[in-house]
Design a protein around this ligand. Sequence first.
Ligand SMILES: *Cc1c(COP(=O)(O)O)cnc(C)c1O
Length: 392
Amino acid sequence: MTSKSFHPPVRTLMGPGPSDVNPRILEAMSRPTIGHLDPAFVGLMDEMKGLLRYAFQTDHELTMPVSAPGSAGMETCFVNLVEPGDKVVVCQNGVFGGRMKENVERCGATAVMVEDEWGKAVDTNKVDEALRANPDAKVLAFVHAETSTGALSDAKTLAEIAHRHDCLVIADCVTSLGGSPIMTSEWGLDAVYSGTQKCLSCTPGLSPVTFSERAVEAIKQRSSTVQSWFMDLNLVLGYWGGGAKRAYHHTAPVNALYGLHEALVVLEEEGIENAWQRHTDNHMALRAGIEAMGLSFVVDEADRLPQLNAVSIPEGVDDAAVRGRLLNEYNLEIGAGLGPMAGKIWRIGLMGYASNRTNVLLCLGALDAVLSGMGAPIKSGVAVEAAMQAYA
Ligand SMILES: *Cc1c(COP(=O)(O)O)cnc(C)c1O
């Protein structure tokens, strides 16, 4: 055998996730593994549920992390709330709305699609029309922060419309949690899922979820059993539910949960409003530099997501070559475009721990150097200065 331990390169992660992990979180994850039914661990679980309620801004009893990535949180929401024969209005303005449709159809239900152009926010008027035309719809599902395009939708208004039509609301808040305001209870979001590797700056692999009383009631009223054994909340709650008695459901990813707990402690220490403001401030500085260079944003100003900056690639510039040089010469990862936006945009993430001044200036300086080195049509030497002015 000649295999050796794996030592990853040290990168700066400014793509669509995972984002830079706070070293405090990595350190927490290296602490000794204990049994997942150990009383000390059960205490940590209870504390984590409280911290998650703070992050989601809710008092929902059913708030916990699913032991799998964001996609599993998505699936948990759909398989528990959607039954065969149901109708679900699904908003699609990027990649993740398409995955919601797949989930609905695999539940044996019908998805009524409300489609918006990629890069635009969900059009609330179209959603209202769709719900008027489909009075039998049971659920409205939408993506709050579309990571594929950098567009933020109006979750508050969408939830209001849904409740007016007596629908439950499923919201994808994978990229918004910890980066943009999510007022789960105030807005009436019934089922929300997120991920650990975006604005919480934890390692990938866990999906915080929260369900309202109305959603729990709908799950109890189901006429069919949930087709997924692993994600059936009736069973998961035997482990994650309150009370001193915890039943074995699956072995919780103990050390990963130490990491999430630490990430939530970090968020609480900073204060969630301060975290939202930090994401906005760093976005504004990056934006000043990007625009000074002569590059432009894909999303209209009002709908821009501060933690995911979609920037148009100038005509004639080789997308992959630029990202390759940023990675190889600067250890800097930025994201490529997906679907119809492949080759047309870069996705610059400023998520969680990675949303800081050092990263903004590094990214602008490195982009400037790489692009001007390739003879791209940009204004060189002004981006970092513009960002510094935005901070001042
Ligand atoms: C990243 C992401 C997901 C999927 O999360 P995974 O952890 O990759 O499974 C879902 N929705 C949105 C909006 C995302 O950004």
